[in-house]
Design a protein around this ligand. Structure first.
Ligand code: ZN
Length: 568
């Protein structure tokens, strides 16, 4: 694929606060190791459109960017230099565009007015930020991150704890970095700004959104929604990082009355294009791989239309093609690539600037679709003639699950996943096949899964099976297995996952009680470590509790302890 970005080379240097920006970017790299920065969230385009509608009215030296980070808690936070993050939990609140603009405007003002730099706390945000970098250097944090979707406590210091949390233990020095990161993260997310700064952000934020054409009532909507949701747990999420909500709601209501009708909205697309060019230029100049990756992501997400945006999408596409349209034909995962083609075609369908390139892209898409269809025979033949590899099975499943009449490779794939210990995905696939095919296939699926069920341990997989297979004896069997394994379960993470996945389950209460019990047990061990001066182990355990059992009494106790005891 040829890139046609010659015009960019003539870009003038632009001014921004390089120092602050660079420090924060390092921190974003850290963040992205532990929490997914989402590329596919349906609200991503909207967040950027609204964010830049607001930012285009400012004349400060910050390079604003708006990302969605995968996190259950409803929250939003900003880093000096212009990085703004909204959690996916915040978007679950389904705010209107006015509500979202209130949120983004508030965060923008925190950055514009340099609130984090002006904080007078002993442990200010900025010192916490530089701490993580210093700690990183001291302990030699590895550049290689653990899997990006894994939480920070994936690696634990001692094999005993590995068992306790249901993880394989790897003794690596990544752990110190993990602790440093988590402490900073708590600092960033859980410590609010002063009342003065919060009020200032609300006040100036409201004017900013009105200036950009949003209804100031959005502020009231935002605060009301957060209030109703978090009334019972005022120490969580947005409440905690953005305190004084009661007062702020009142102030906002008064202010909204005073403001005249909102002004007309101005399309931010041209501004977005300019910002995208800046981020792209930074990406080109960057030497470090992990920073480059983030800058690419930001550049791509910042603007959905235009020539450069199209090129960035193509760049990603060609990476996918290299990875999945490999020389070994029977492992080609066409669907992984085709999905991206469909997305690009949909996004740029109406974009005249790229009409010609899009036409070419569509031709290539058709060709790959053809090839996929033609290869079905080869794929199917392979299943009967040699022992299928996991890559082959995954490719077969993704390429042909919707078109094939042959359920056997699919069943084989599902049971293969169970055999490999990926119980959740295995069950999901077997349920899919069970629902799609006739009685004979259903029986085959049940027969297969009953062979594996005895060894299954994952609560989420067991519950999924018990609620999806309709036959009474199968259902009962999985329910019993679920309850047995719940008794034995020692993984806070797995329990939390269940609570998040199945809030309406009749077993919710049991699981929550188990979570409390485990958290208490872990806390006692944490205290024991503390009493002999092993603070790292204590912090590690506390972090696990705060993340996975944040809504228990013991988590509350830990928060108090950390607050009062400073750094332990
Ligand atoms: Zn705030």
């Amino acid at each position: 694929m040829v890139f046609v970005l010659i015009f960019l080379i003539s870009l003038n240097a632009f001014s921004y606060n390089e120092d602050v920006f660079n420090k924060s970017l390092d921190w974003v790299v850290e963040l992205s190791k532990y929490y997914e920065i989402m590329d596919e969230h349906p609200d991503l385009e909207k967040i950027n459109r609204i964010g830049y509608s607001l930012a285009q009215n400012l004349e400060d030296k910050n390079l604003y960017s708006f990302q969605i980070v995968k996190m259950k808690e409803a929250n939003a936070f900003a880093l000096p230099g212009g990085f703004i993050f909204i959690t996916s939990g915040m978007l679950d609140l389904k705010l209107s565009e006015d509500g979202l603009s209130a949120l983004l405007a508030h965060e923008i003002i925190h950055i514009k007015n340099e609130h984090s730099l002006r904080m007078e706390k002993r442990q200010t945000l900025l010192s916490a930020l530089s701490n993580v970098l210093i700690l990183g250097a001291l302990f030699g944090i590895k550049d290689e991150a653990p899997k990006s979707t894994a939480p920070p406590w994936y690696t634990v210091p001692d094999s005993k704890w590995g068992d306790l949390y249901g993880y394989e233990t790897k003794k690596e020095n990544i752990i110190e970095g993990t602790i440093a990161f988590s402490v900073v993260f708590q600092e960033l997310l859980m410590q609010g700004y002063s009342r003065e700064f919060e009020m200032e952000s609300d006040r100036e934020g409201t004017f900013l959104m009105a200036q950009a054409g949003y209804k100031p009532q959005g502020v009231v909507e935002l605060l009301d929604k957060l209030k109703s949701r978090y009334y019972e747990t005022p120490d969580l999420g947005y409440w905690r990082s953005h305190p004084y909500l009661e007062d702020r709601v009142e102030m906002a209501s008064v202010r909204v009355q005073q403001l005249k009708e909102a002004q007309e909205k101005k399309n931010p697309l041209n501004f977005q294009k300019k910002i995208q060019e800046k981020f792209y230029l930074l990406y080109l100049q960057e030497k470090k791989e992990d920073r480059k990756k983030i800058l690419f992501k930001i550049a791509k997400n910042s603007c959905p239309k235009g020539v450069l945006s199209f090129e960035l999408n193509l760049r990603e596409l060609s990476e996918l093609e290299k990875k999945y349209l490999i020389s070994n034909q029977i492992e080609r995962n066409y669907e992984k690539v085709l999905k991206m083609y469909r997305k690009i075609i949909k996004n740029f369908e109406e974009d005249n600037e790229v009409a010609f390139s899009l036409k070419k892209l569509k031709d290539r898409y058709e060709k790959i679709e053809e090839e996929k269809k033609d290869c079905f025979v080869i794929f199917e033949k392979h299943f009967y003639e040699s022992f299928p590899s996991t890559n082959y099975l995954e490719a077969y499943y993704e390429n042909y699950k919707d078109t094939t009449e042959n359920p056997f490779p699919l069943i084989f794939y599902g049971t293969n996943l169970l055999r490999l210990g990926n119980e959740e995905k295995g069950v999901k696939i077997l349920v899919e096949i069970y629902n799609k095919f006739g009685i004979e296939v259903k029986e085959k699926v049940l027969e297969e899964i009953s062979i594996f069920s005895k060894n299954m341990k994952d609560l989420n997989a067991l519950y999924e099976a018990s609620s999806n297979f309709k036959e009474e004896f199968v259902k009962k069997n999985f329910e019993n297995l679920f309850l047995e394994n719940l008794k034995r379960n020692e993984s806070l993470l797995e329990l939390r996952k269940f609570l998040d996945n199945y809030p309406d389950s009749p077993f919710y209460r049991f699981v929550f009680e188990k979570l409390e019990e485990l958290a208490n047990k872990a806390y006692i061990k944490g205290r024991a470590f503390k009493s002999v001066g092993n603070y790292q182990a204590t912090l590690d355990i506390y972090n696990k509790i705060l993340e996975n059992a944040y809504d228990t009494k013991i988590a509350e106790k830990i928060r108090k302890e950390l607050k009062e005891g400073g750094k332990l």
